[in-house]
Design a binder for this molecule. Structure first.
Ligand SMILES: NC(=O)c1ccc[n+]([C@@H]2O[C@H](COP(=O)([O-])OP(=O)(O)OC[C@H]3O[C@@H](n4cnc5c(N)ncnc54)[C@H](O)[C@@H]3O)[C@@H](O)[C@H]2O)c1
Length: 394
């Protein structure tokens, strides 16, 4: 099968590509891949663990994916260097196409400089969409899925006229209303219109507006999002149910995250950070059924590179009104926990497509911090939903 990454030269996408080539060559095992659990036996008949890759980018367009992976490796040393050398041939052949960064905020436009985008070439929205579609369709076949792993955009104010219907969204494109769309929306639109399943691994808006949800239903294509649940939020949605099951009252939950690398740099800009924080913040209240006091913070810590550390402090009340505390520290390489999930999501989306599923695939909520169209945030229930869905459809 084929995967198209928006943000191909980021550390998540490049690590996913290195890992999948290494698996194909028998260099590593399948640890970290949910889709390889025994519960999902038979998935390979629909979506084999064997990928070709392409994608859009807005920086380093003269480079190939080997050079990019080497740069990420020099900063992070996030896996055995031998894997990079043994996948060099395949990686060197993968090159990104130029994308768009419309309304991606200062975090991208300033933080990632120098960048190179289609709009800088003077293209209208209509021409930008045409270019994205050309790139996508010349790569894609029936077994292709697209995943957004580009930098996090700021939220855009919802406008019913342009975001509420397919016609409205197409009017924004026709009238070149660059103030009404973001890069992630344009990518999602191009995918869905061409029958390519789309997943949003970021908190950016992506396909999460009525116009694009209606388009997916109309064309009959599955999509999912938003924001991969990979680290601190994964633990939060695993632990919060424990407090609920034992009827322990959570008084407050503080989560303080520090990270470096490009993602951390982009999130050090206030506008871009806001969308990430709101995605991380709401899960505890959704699971508990009430909203305890929360502090959710993310700060840039350059020397950590991709090593994300989260400190969580939970204050809760038990029997006799006694107050107690729980602390945890999550310390992981962000790309290592995220990369396999992008491959999992791609496989499940292709499976969904082959089974005729269209529109938002709620059963993939297990993979996301802010799942679309579901109130189920409890990871245990989400996993059961995924297994049941897969077994029933298979
Ligand atoms: N554990 C995780 O790493 C994790 C978890 C959940 C969500 N995410 C999200 O996944 C995304 C990727 O994370 P990462 O660590 O790989 O970040 P990264 O900064 O290494 O990669 C992002 C890549 O996207 C490119 N890009 C930015 N805007 C673009 C655009 N409009 N079009 C095409 N390319 C664009 C950048 O040039 C960069 O190469 C981020 O939005 C991050 O918040 C990551």
């Amino acid at each position: 099968m084929k995967i198209w990454f928006f943000g191909l030269y980021g550390i998540v996408a490049s690590t996913a590509v290195v890992g999948s080539i290494a698996i194909k060559k028998g260099l590593i095992n399948r640890t970290g891949l949910v889709s390889e659990l025994p519960e999902f036996e038979g998935l390979s008949d629909y979506a084999p663990l064997n990928f070709e890759f392409g994608g859009h980018e807005i920086r380093a367009l003269d480079s190939n994916l080997y050079e990019i992976s080497e740069e990420h490796w020099e900063l992070n040393k996030h896996f055995d260097k031998k894997l990079l050398e043994k996948t060099k041939n395949e990686l060197s052949k993968i090159k990104a196409q130029k994308g768009t960064a419309i309304n991606c905020g200062k975090g991208v436009l300033e933080g990632l400089k120098p960048i190179s985008t289609l709009e800088e070439d003077g293209l209208t929205l209509k021409e930008i969409v045409e270019r994205i579609e050309e790139d996508l369709t010349s790569f894609a076949d029936e077994n292709t899925v697209a995943i957004n792993v580009a930098s996090t955009e700021p939220n855009i104010t919802y406008d019913e006229e342009f975001h509420g219907s397919i016609e409205g969204f197409e009017k924004a494109i026709r009238e070149d209303r660059k103030d009404k769309v973001t890069a992630s929306m344009l990518y999602a639109y191009a995918c869905l219109r061409n029958g390519i399943p789309y997943a949003n691994f970021t908190p950016s808006v992506g396909s999460n507006i009525p116009a694009l949800k209606k388009l997916a239903e109309k064309v009959g294509v599955p999509h999912a999002g938003n924001d991969g649940k990979t680290g601190e939020t994964l633990v939060k949605t695993t632990l919060a149910p424990m407090f609920r099951y034992r009827n322990l009252h959570v008084l407050g939950w503080m989560g303080y995250n520090i990270l470096g690398d490009l993602d951390g740099k982009v999130l050090s800009y206030e506008q871009n950070k806001k969308s990430k924080i709101s995605s991380k913040d709401k899960v505890v209240g959704k699971i508990l059924g009430y909203s305890p006091y929360t502090i959710t913070e993310i700060n840039f810590f350059p020397s950590l590179q991709d090593n994300k550390t989260a400190f969580d402090f939970i204050h809760y009340e038990g029997f006799l009104g006694t107050k107690m505390k729980f602390y945890f520290i999550w310390d992981a390489i962000d790309a290592i926990v995220a990369a396999p999930l992008t491959l999992d999501i791609a496989r499940f989306l292709l499976f969904a497509k082959k089974k005729g599923v269209k529109g938002v695939v709620r059963e993939l909520s297990f993979f996301f911090k802010s799942p679309m169209e579901t109130e189920e945030y409890n990871i245990h229930s989400q996993f059961q939903e995924l297994v049941t869905w897969f077994k029933e459809l298979r």
